[in-house]
Structures are given as C-alpha cells and as structure tokens.
Ligand binder design. Sequence first.
Ligand SMILES: NC(=O)c1ccc[n+]([C@@H]2O[C@H](COP(=O)([O-])OP(=O)(O)OC[C@H]3O[C@@H](n4cnc5c(N)ncnc54)[C@H](O)[C@@H]3O)[C@@H](O)[C@H]2O)c1
Ligand SMILES: [Zn+2]
Length: 375
Amino acid sequence: MPVLSVQGEGGPSVLHIGESLRSLSRYLPPGKTVIITDGHVRRAYGHLFPPVEVIEIGTGEGIKTLETVGRIYEALIDCGADRSSFVVGVGGGIVCDLTGFAASTYLRGLPFAFVASTLLAQVDAAVGGKNGVNWQGYKNMIGVIRQPEFVICDPALLRTLPRSEVLSGMAEVVKHALIRDAGLFFYLEENIRGVLELRSEVLERLISSSLTIKSAIVNRDEKEQGGRRLLNFGHTFGHALERAAGVSHGEAVSAGMVLAARISERKGYLAAGDRARLERLLTALGLPLSIPCPGEQLRKGLAKDKKRAGDTIHFVLLQALGRAVVEEMSLDELEGYLPEAAESRELVQKQTNIEHRTFNIEQRSCSTAQRKAGP
Ligand SMILES: NC(=O)c1ccc[n+]([C@@H]2O[C@H](COP(=O)([O-])OP(=O)(O)OC[C@H]3O[C@@H](n4cnc5c(N)ncnc54)[C@H](O)[C@@H]3O)[C@@H](O)[C@H]2O)c1
Ligand SMILES: [Zn+2]
C-alpha cells in the first residue's frame, strides 16, 4: 500500500493510498474523536465508522459557508470537544474543506484528518492543506493552510460514486498528468477501458501518481508563492466557467484546460499535435472540450478570480504533455482569447465535431467597463 507524505509547516501529513475506511480506528489518537460527514456518505458508509460522535452536515457547494462552520462549532461544543479532541472528516472535498477549516479554528486549532470518499478528494482536495469556505459568491475566499495529520484514500468507496463525480476527479488526474507526468498521460491513453470501468488497480495507480505529483509540489511551496500555482492549470477559466455556466467543477476544469492548451498553442509553446491529443483523451474520458457560455459572463467570472493580483493573473501554460510553466498574463490579454456572447451561442448549435466544440480563441474583444467588473 503506497504511503506518501506532505511536509507541512506544522508537521508531516501522511497519505495512505489503498487503506480502508474500516481501519480508521487504528490511526486515531487516544482521547475523544469526532467525525464530520455528510448525509450521503453516512447513509452509505456510516456502518463502517468507528464508534465515535458524528456530526452530519448537508450536501452541495451551497453549504460551504461560514454558517455551516458555525453549526459545526455548536455541535463540537455540544459533544464536549476540547483541546485534546481529534476531528476526522469522512467525505468528499466539501466535507474535507469544511472539516479542515472548522477544526483549524475551533479552540485555535484541533488536529484533524480525512477519509476521502470521492475521486476528486482522493486525488486532490484532501491533500495539500487548503481548508476553507466560499464567501458571497467568491469560491474558497476564506480559509487557512493547515495539513491534516493523515489522509486515507479508500478506492473501494468510489464504487458508489455517481458518474458525474467520477468525471470531476478524472479532470484533476488529467491536470496532474499534463503539468508534471507525461507517463501518467500515456497510461491514461492506454488504459481508457480500465479507467472507465474504475478497475481497482487502475484507480490506485491514478491516485498514487496524482498524489506523488501534488505532494511534491506542495512540499516545495506549501503557501502557493511559486510552484504550487502549477496546480491551477485549467482552473482560471475553469472557475470562471463553473461560476458563469453552473456546470460541475470537473466539466469546467476540462474546458478550462482545453482553453489553456489552445492559448499555449497560440503563443507558440505547445505543439498542435499535443493539444489535439489532450482533446482526444478528454473526449474518450467523457469530459467536455467546451462549455457554452456567454463571453461577457465568462469575463465577469475571470475578473472575480481571487488569484489575480491587480490586473494580472498567474496563468499556467503548457510547453508539452507533462510540462507546464506559470506566466504572469494581463487580464486584457486573457480576455482577448475569450469568445463573444453571440459566438458562444453559435457554438452551441455547432457542436458537431471537436473543432466546433471548442471556444474560438482567435476572437479578441473587451472593454474597460467589463474589465472592472468584480471585486
Ligand atoms: N482544498 C483543496 O485543495 C481543494 C481542491 C479541489 C477541490 N476542492 C473543493 O472540493 C469541493 C468538491 O469536492 P467533491 O467533488 O468531492 O464534492 P462533494 O464533497 O460535494 O461530493 C460530491 C457528492 O458525492 C457524494 N459522495 C461523497 N462520497 C461518496 C461516495 N463514496 N459514494 C457516493 N456518494 C458520495 C457527496 O455527498 C456529494 O453529494 C469543492 O468545494 C472544491 O472547492 C478543494
Ligand atoms: Zn480543481
């Protein structure tokens, strides 16, 4: 069973890949443990939890708020959690983000851990120490960086995961392959059937390769001052699309990666053949190459990107499959690659082949008023 680690400022975080939820009790410290989970996960897997207090929260991005954190504090007080208590989030990225934030702030910080139950959480969200909530429409705006003591990634839990949630995780696996691991990209290409059937040996390979990449990047730059920005590949446009078009994170990131690859090609960094190969892989996985969305809304979403610094964004470009670079780009330049609203509508009608299913990044247009939208 592969074991990796993230060396956080406050100590190491151990990642157990292929470990079972059933074994959770073996990893718990002596003293009181409280589990935080959501209703779906509790119904499916509550019988495997160790006999400890359980706080159940709701589901959906809408509950990733300070109000929910407040309710978690109340429940922690009700069940007598004190400075010696330990908190475990069992669930997807939402449970992990909320648990990490609530545990990091309750009584100035309790130790915590995760059992990641979605593919997205196992390959991404549960690892790296980012914990937080959304604020007034701004995603992950309030939060802390603090590492979980350990993370258990149990692939057996993924059997009950809805297909759309599997796809969300797959988009992050492709992202990891693109920024750092051409071998993982080729493995995905060659094992499409195993990937789609969620074969356990394939899942374990995808999880451990993804976490090897993510933990190595986080180990060098826990606070995202440099290399960690690579992990935002596909996410600048992805987050904007997620906000503007209301699609899932995975779908948005998939289309965001295609846009970023096309910009990389336009700038002369990426070979057209590699860009096409990426599009073929995403299509084979069932991920979209574009999301119909009015250019104006996309522009507003871009301006709301919390990672922008003034009028520039650290944008991640591809130089090859498995090699990415961060470049400071102005919002003006990025907006120039966005399609116009009318053109996006046209694109909806034209979704007949790969070329027509991607945004036309040749189109350049923006106005100062539009650029000023957002915070
Ligand atoms: N902290 C980070 O570094 C980081 C990185 C990426 C994403 N995120 C965050 O992660 C969140 C998304 O996470 P997610 O995609 O895991 O979504 P999620 O937590 O909402 O889980 C998706 C759905 O699947 C259900 N579910 C969970 N495990 C299941 C299982 N084993 N079987 C059946 N159903 C199950 C959940 O109840 C939920 O309805 C977003 O809020 C995003 O911002 C955080
Ligand atoms: Zn993501």
